[in-house]
Write a protein that binds this ligand. Sequence first.
Ligand SMILES: [Zn+2]
Ligand SMILES: [Zn+2]
Length: 470
Amino acid sequence: MFNPNESSRSSTVRISNNFDKEIVLINDYRDFDIKKVPLYDALVLDFTEREECKKTLRSIRKSNIESIYLLPIFILSIVDVKDAEVKELSDGIVQTIQPESLSAFIDGVKRKRKQLKPFTVNPEINRHLIKTLRFAFTRDRVLNPIKDRNSIIGYTYPILSLSLEEEQAKSEINAIEEALDKEFFQPEFVDRMHLCGNCYGGFLNYKETDPVSGSANLVTESLVHHFSCAYIGPQSDFIRGDQMVCPKCNKTLRHIGVDYDKPSVMYRSLDNDNYFQEPEMKAECMNCGLQNEIEGLVQYDVFNLTLTDKGIQEAIQPKGSQSSKEIVYNGYITYSTFGTYLKFEIERIKTANLPSCIGLIRLNITSQTEGILGARYDRLIEEISEFIVTNTDSANILARSINSFFILFPNSPIDKSEKKLKRLADSVNTLLNNNVKDVKIDVVSNHKELTQTSEYQSVLNDLRASILTS
Ligand SMILES: [Zn+2]
Ligand SMILES: [Zn+2]
């Protein structure tokens, strides 16, 4: 057991131990000084003043300085600590201070820390992710997401989200996605969230609305079907005093199942007296106010994350993503390879003198519209992408850059290529109109003939520019 060192001030008590370690207990947080943290081997935070304790724990883990955020921290509490964030951020809850076991843990973290290699921060390295990896590695622990109503997603990984300031939700989602893409973690499914397509907010109000006015002020009413005259209308049309009388043939309705029935229910908007059968489900975001379509919500799974060997390597020596990889879409070559093909094609024209042209189809969509459509747009653009691949022949060379599709028509008459491009663009337009009715997405296209004097870079630039201004 321990004897608080008499010479220390009461707020920071050095725990005497036989391991020559600076283990310090803090029970008065008023003059806690974060700058002194690197001098300690471990901190024990008294949970009696729980808000102050949490604040101190957070401030240490929030730091980007390794000798601060990687410090072993234990929480001293005789009562059971239920706070999930405290559990995630600390290295354990202890009821009594036993220097032997603390010392063993401290040595473990020290050994792991010695392996960590310095790295220079460059744009390809997400230092928040590295911090998260290093925290998990030095402790050999699984990162668990915790339910957090202060996070707009509804879940956070405390060690990661503490470091993120701006656009926290988006940054957190991106960092975890990057880590999973690179297989730094082995994921174990915990929960599935549905988030706003615009801001990733998870606080959504699901409601049935009037498809015309958008009002949620709805009541339901039975539909009544009068057998003898075949009239169908809402029940309120039939009510006359305490009887039901058909508004069409004026006969009194007597027995359900015999002279009338109630085939279904209708919705009525109390705001505008509009009747309809299928209300539209909306998920209104309580953060940004967007009325999300249900299909437009972003599905986001949260996992318990266990470091993999790749994750450990990255924690030890961060490499980032090496080079900024270009996205390779199915059936397409990368934009830079496409440039090379184009260059060769122009060389070929110089000698063979055969007609060739290059076309571009682009979906003009604003980021606002993309936000409204959310995941629906992601699916749609993939469908369009596939459609273009299956509707061009193998002689055509395709490249895609997000919403732009480049098509090279080698060795083919210009008017034929032009017609082909027009047909493709029209089909894409039809596909869009059939799938998206609430917003308008323009499909624009243009082509350029390749000549002996063409220069591939300016051909591409001119083509891109021509559709932006049209
Ligand atoms: Zn009738
Ligand atoms: Zn939102």
